[in-house]
Ligand binder design. Structure first.
Ligand code: KIV
Length: 278
């Protein structure tokens, strides 16, 4: 049985922090699921960390579905949340319904995430009423990177902070089951967390949120580019993997690999006849 909305929301009451991680494929989903993460986000960040785009804007529905299916196959216990890509929900509620339904029906995930506050509240309400669980996402919303003039801290002015609080309230009222707060000052995340009845899940939003989300490649040290300030590396896998690849190349070049241990033998008589057979 996968993690439920009920259990996730109870954690806000009990104060048990929620750890969410992204994953984009079968092996990474299997690892984080076995580690016990309650929510796996198949983020559209996959465009940047897996597909090499310089923003999340080019990511398509087909790309998201391809990765969601692999993550669902790789996990058993976590709730899998699929990130609706740019322009899959903004133009109309009908688009949002159709594309969210594809995530659940074809992808097999349990919930969708979309970016925006008050302006997407009606869309969230329509999805939730239809039975599609929705996670909100406010603050730095990467699909608006051009409008925001870059990946920058949000909610710094009183006006912007009040707008974010109103956005969070609108999402909660519309029925979202949780909200990602990305790149906002920690004191603002604290106020939002105290004032909304649903869990807040922070990334670059400080310690007062009900939970935290991190990108798999940042946590594992798999990114070769500079990681953002809010990311913490718990391992340095890029170094481990580069070293492993270099050692493999050396061993092939020096004929140290493969040895008899990595080779398959053959019946001696058949082997002796081989020269006549071929
Ligand atoms: O796409 C993503 O990975 C996200 C998280 C950073 C919240 O939206």
């Amino acid at each position: 049985m996968r993690e439920t909305i009920e259990k996730i929301q109870q954690r806000k009451m009990t104060g048990e922090k929620i750890a969410m991680l992204t994953a984009y494929d079968y092996p990474s989903a299997k690892l984080v699921d076995e580690a016990g993460v309650p929510i796996i986000l198949v983020g559209d960040s996959l465009g940047m960390v897996v597909l090499g785009y310089d923003s999340t804007i080019p990511v398509t529905m087909e790309e998201m579905l391809h990765h969601i299916k692999a993550v669902v196959r790789g996990s058993k216990r976590a709730m899998v949340v699929g990130d609706l890509p740019f322009m899959s929900y903004q133009a109309s509620i009908a688009d949002a319904m159709r594309n969210s339904a594809r995530f659940l029906q074809e992808g097999g995930c349990q919930a969708v995430k979309l970016e925006g506050g008050e302006r997407v509240a009606e869309t969230v309400r329509a999805l939730v009423t239809t039975g599609i669980p929705v996670m909100g996402h406010i603050g730095l919303t990467p699909q608006s990177v051009n409008q925001l003039s870059g990946f920058r801290l949000q909610g710094k002015t009183p006006k912007a902070a009040v707008q974010l609080l109103n956005d969070a309230r609108a999402l909660a009222e519309a029925g979202a089951f949780a909200i990602v707060l990305e790149s906002i000052p920690a004191p603002l995340a604290k106020v939002i967390t105290e004032r909304v009845p649903i869990p807040t899940i922070g990334i670059g939003a400080g310690p007062y949120c009900d939970g935290q989300v991190q990108v798999f490649h940042d946590v594992m040290g798999l990114c070769t580019e500079l990681a953002p300030k809010h990311a913490k590396q718990y391992a340095h896998l890029a170094d481990v993997m580069r070293d492993a690849a270099a050692q493999y190349i050396r061993e092939v070049q020096t004929a140290a690999f493969p040895t008899a241990r990595e080779s398959y033998g053959m019946d001696r008589k058949v082997a002796e006849q081989l020269g006549q057979l071929v």
